[in-house]
Design a protein around this ligand. Structure first.
Ligand SMILES: [Zn+2]
Length: 220
Protein backbone atom coordinates (compact mmCIF):
# COMPACT_ATOMS: atom_id res chain seq x y z
CA UNK A 1 0.00 0.00 0.00
CA UNK A 2 2.79 2.38 0.99
CA UNK A 3 4.61 1.44 -2.21
CA UNK A 4 1.50 2.27 -4.20
CA UNK A 5 1.27 5.62 -2.44
CA UNK A 6 4.89 6.38 -3.32
CA UNK A 7 4.31 5.34 -6.92
CA UNK A 8 1.26 7.58 -7.20
CA UNK A 9 3.14 10.43 -5.57
CA UNK A 10 6.10 10.19 -7.92
CA UNK A 11 3.76 9.93 -10.92
CA UNK A 12 1.94 13.11 -9.93
CA UNK A 13 5.19 14.89 -9.15
CA UNK A 14 6.53 13.99 -12.56
CA UNK A 15 3.47 15.67 -14.05
CA UNK A 16 4.71 18.89 -12.49
CA UNK A 17 8.37 18.42 -13.18
CA UNK A 18 9.29 20.35 -16.26
CA UNK A 19 12.92 21.23 -16.62
CA UNK A 20 13.45 24.75 -17.93
CA UNK A 21 16.90 26.16 -18.68
CA UNK A 22 17.39 29.88 -18.23
CA UNK A 23 18.91 31.29 -21.45
CA UNK A 24 18.20 35.02 -21.26
CA UNK A 25 18.20 37.21 -24.35
CA UNK A 26 19.00 40.93 -24.02
CA UNK A 27 15.90 42.44 -22.42
CA UNK A 28 17.08 45.65 -20.82
CA UNK A 29 15.59 49.15 -20.48
CA UNK A 30 15.88 49.81 -24.21
CA UNK A 31 13.80 46.76 -25.15
CA UNK A 32 11.25 47.63 -22.46
CA UNK A 33 10.93 51.16 -23.87
CA UNK A 34 10.67 49.86 -27.46
CA UNK A 35 7.97 47.43 -26.28
CA UNK A 36 5.99 50.34 -24.78
CA UNK A 37 6.32 52.19 -28.09
CA UNK A 38 5.11 49.08 -29.96
CA UNK A 39 2.09 48.83 -27.64
CA UNK A 40 1.31 52.52 -28.22
CA UNK A 41 1.73 52.37 -31.99
CA UNK A 42 0.09 49.02 -32.70
CA UNK A 43 -2.47 48.69 -29.92
CA UNK A 44 -3.10 52.38 -29.16
CA UNK A 45 -2.52 51.77 -25.46
CA UNK A 46 -0.52 53.95 -23.08
CA UNK A 47 1.09 51.57 -20.59
CA UNK A 48 3.31 52.11 -17.55
CA UNK A 49 4.86 48.66 -17.79
CA UNK A 50 4.89 45.86 -20.35
CA UNK A 51 3.33 43.20 -18.14
CA UNK A 52 0.80 40.92 -19.79
CA UNK A 53 -2.12 38.80 -18.61
CA UNK A 54 -1.72 35.74 -20.86
CA UNK A 55 -4.87 34.36 -22.49
CA UNK A 56 -3.32 32.54 -25.44
CA UNK A 57 -0.33 30.27 -25.98
CA UNK A 58 1.07 30.64 -29.50
CA UNK A 59 3.19 27.79 -30.88
CA UNK A 60 5.85 28.60 -33.48
CA UNK A 61 8.75 27.14 -35.37
CA UNK A 62 11.86 29.23 -36.00
CA UNK A 63 12.26 28.25 -39.69
CA UNK A 64 15.91 27.52 -38.85
CA UNK A 65 17.00 23.97 -37.98
CA UNK A 66 19.97 24.98 -35.78
CA UNK A 67 19.48 26.08 -32.16
CA UNK A 68 22.28 28.67 -31.96
CA UNK A 69 21.26 30.23 -35.27
CA UNK A 70 17.64 30.33 -34.11
CA UNK A 71 18.54 31.90 -30.77
CA UNK A 72 20.78 34.49 -32.42
CA UNK A 73 17.72 35.97 -34.17
CA UNK A 74 16.17 36.94 -30.81
CA UNK A 75 19.14 38.10 -28.73
CA UNK A 76 19.56 41.74 -29.82
CA UNK A 77 17.12 44.35 -28.58
CA UNK A 78 16.51 45.87 -32.01
CA UNK A 79 15.30 44.14 -35.17
CA UNK A 80 18.01 42.76 -37.49
CA UNK A 81 18.27 44.65 -40.78
CA UNK A 82 17.30 41.57 -42.84
CA UNK A 83 13.64 41.51 -41.78
CA UNK A 84 11.98 43.71 -44.43
CA UNK A 85 8.78 41.65 -43.98
CA UNK A 86 8.07 43.15 -40.56
CA UNK A 87 10.26 46.27 -40.58
CA UNK A 88 7.18 48.44 -40.95
CA UNK A 89 6.11 47.13 -37.53
CA UNK A 90 8.92 48.99 -35.77
CA UNK A 91 12.49 48.44 -34.53
CA UNK A 92 11.63 46.31 -31.48
CA UNK A 93 13.24 42.92 -32.12
CA UNK A 94 11.14 39.78 -32.21
CA UNK A 95 11.31 37.42 -29.24
CA UNK A 96 9.47 34.59 -27.54
CA UNK A 97 9.21 33.47 -23.95
CA UNK A 98 10.49 29.95 -24.70
CA UNK A 99 12.56 28.11 -27.27
CA UNK A 100 12.50 24.31 -27.53
CA UNK A 101 15.53 22.58 -29.02
CA UNK A 102 15.18 19.62 -31.37
CA UNK A 103 16.13 17.25 -28.52
CA UNK A 104 13.31 18.68 -26.38
CA UNK A 105 15.44 20.92 -24.14
CA UNK A 106 13.32 23.88 -23.03
CA UNK A 107 14.89 27.33 -22.70
CA UNK A 108 13.21 30.33 -21.10
CA UNK A 109 14.46 33.43 -22.93
CA UNK A 110 12.81 36.31 -21.07
CA UNK A 111 10.59 37.12 -18.07
CA UNK A 112 7.16 35.52 -18.47
CA UNK A 113 5.37 38.67 -17.33
CA UNK A 114 6.86 40.74 -20.18
CA UNK A 115 5.30 41.10 -23.61
CA UNK A 116 7.24 39.43 -26.42
CA UNK A 117 6.93 40.43 -30.09
CA UNK A 118 6.03 37.15 -31.80
CA UNK A 119 2.54 37.41 -33.27
CA UNK A 120 0.75 40.35 -34.90
CA UNK A 121 -2.36 41.49 -33.00
CA UNK A 122 -2.01 39.20 -30.02
CA UNK A 123 1.33 39.96 -28.36
CA UNK A 124 -0.25 41.72 -25.40
CA UNK A 125 -2.35 38.64 -24.55
CA UNK A 126 -0.04 35.77 -25.27
CA UNK A 127 2.94 33.62 -24.41
CA UNK A 128 5.12 32.49 -27.32
CA UNK A 129 6.83 29.11 -27.63
CA UNK A 130 9.36 28.76 -30.46
CA UNK A 131 10.48 25.35 -31.68
CA UNK A 132 13.80 25.02 -33.49
CA UNK A 133 13.08 23.66 -36.97
CA UNK A 134 10.82 24.09 -39.98
CA UNK A 135 13.60 25.32 -42.27
CA UNK A 136 12.30 25.78 -45.84
CA UNK A 137 8.79 25.11 -44.44
CA UNK A 138 9.65 21.47 -43.70
CA UNK A 139 7.25 19.75 -41.28
CA UNK A 140 10.14 18.39 -39.21
CA UNK A 141 9.52 19.18 -35.54
CA UNK A 142 10.53 16.13 -33.49
CA UNK A 143 8.79 13.74 -31.08
CA UNK A 144 11.01 15.16 -28.34
CA UNK A 145 9.78 18.66 -29.12
CA UNK A 146 6.18 17.47 -29.06
CA UNK A 147 6.69 15.95 -25.60
CA UNK A 148 8.40 19.12 -24.35
CA UNK A 149 5.58 21.32 -25.72
CA UNK A 150 2.96 19.14 -24.00
CA UNK A 151 4.80 19.45 -20.67
CA UNK A 152 5.41 23.15 -21.08
CA UNK A 153 1.81 23.97 -22.06
CA UNK A 154 0.48 21.96 -19.11
CA UNK A 155 2.90 23.78 -16.80
CA UNK A 156 1.81 27.18 -18.15
CA UNK A 157 -1.89 26.30 -17.82
CA UNK A 158 -1.38 25.61 -14.13
CA UNK A 159 0.80 28.68 -13.61
CA UNK A 160 -1.55 31.07 -15.44
CA UNK A 161 -5.25 30.20 -14.97
CA UNK A 162 -6.02 33.15 -17.30
CA UNK A 163 -4.85 31.08 -20.31
CA UNK A 164 -7.83 29.96 -22.42
CA UNK A 165 -6.48 29.25 -25.89
CA UNK A 166 -3.65 27.43 -27.61
CA UNK A 167 -3.03 28.16 -31.29
CA UNK A 168 -0.48 27.59 -34.01
CA UNK A 169 0.97 30.83 -35.38
CA UNK A 170 -0.69 30.07 -38.75
CA UNK A 171 -4.08 30.50 -37.01
CA UNK A 172 -3.48 33.95 -35.54
CA UNK A 173 -5.71 35.86 -37.96
CA UNK A 174 -8.75 33.97 -36.77
CA UNK A 175 -8.75 36.27 -33.73
CA UNK A 176 -9.33 39.35 -35.92
CA UNK A 177 -12.58 40.95 -34.82
CA UNK A 178 -12.47 39.34 -31.38
CA UNK A 179 -11.89 41.32 -28.18
CA UNK A 180 -8.41 39.80 -27.89
CA UNK A 181 -7.24 41.28 -31.22
CA UNK A 182 -5.49 44.64 -30.68
CA UNK A 183 -3.63 45.58 -33.91
CA UNK A 184 -4.91 48.93 -35.21
CA UNK A 185 -3.09 48.85 -38.59
CA UNK A 186 -5.26 46.88 -41.03
CA UNK A 187 -2.38 46.71 -43.50
CA UNK A 188 0.08 45.05 -41.12
CA UNK A 189 -0.23 41.27 -41.61
CA UNK A 190 2.11 38.41 -42.52
CA UNK A 191 1.31 34.95 -43.86
CA UNK A 192 2.48 32.19 -41.54
CA UNK A 193 2.65 28.40 -41.83
CA UNK A 194 4.30 27.56 -38.52
CA UNK A 195 4.49 25.19 -36.74
CA UNK A 196 2.43 22.87 -39.13
CA UNK A 197 -1.11 21.54 -38.86
CA UNK A 198 0.30 18.07 -38.09
CA UNK A 199 2.24 19.33 -35.06
CA UNK A 200 -0.79 21.26 -33.73
CA UNK A 201 -3.06 18.23 -34.19
CA UNK A 202 -0.68 16.03 -32.22
CA UNK A 203 -0.26 18.68 -29.53
CA UNK A 204 -4.03 19.17 -29.20
CA UNK A 205 -4.53 15.41 -28.91
CA UNK A 206 -2.41 15.53 -25.74
CA UNK A 207 -3.46 18.80 -24.11
CA UNK A 208 -6.91 19.19 -22.60
CA UNK A 209 -9.02 22.15 -21.52
CA UNK A 210 -7.67 24.72 -23.94
CA UNK A 211 -9.90 26.23 -26.59
CA UNK A 212 -8.95 26.21 -30.25
CA UNK A 213 -8.93 29.29 -32.41
CA UNK A 214 -12.42 30.86 -32.71
CA UNK A 215 -12.88 30.48 -36.47
CA UNK A 216 -12.78 27.65 -38.96
CA UNK A 217 -11.46 29.34 -42.04
CA UNK A 218 -8.32 31.41 -42.36
CA UNK A 219 -8.48 34.14 -45.02
CA UNK A 220 -5.32 35.05 -46.82
ZN1 LIG B 1 5.80 32.02 -35.78
Amino acid sequence: MYKLFLLTLSASLSLWAVEIKQTPIEFFDKRVELTKEYIKEHYNLEVKDINIVPKIIVIHHTAIDDFDDSLSRFIAQTLPTDRPDIKSGGVLNVSAHFMVERDGTIHQLMPLEFMARHVIGLNYNSIGIENVGGQNSKDNLTKEQLKANIELVNYLKKKFPSIEYMIGHYEYRCFEGSSLWLEVDDGYRTKKDDPSTRFMRELRDSVEDLKTVPCKKIDD
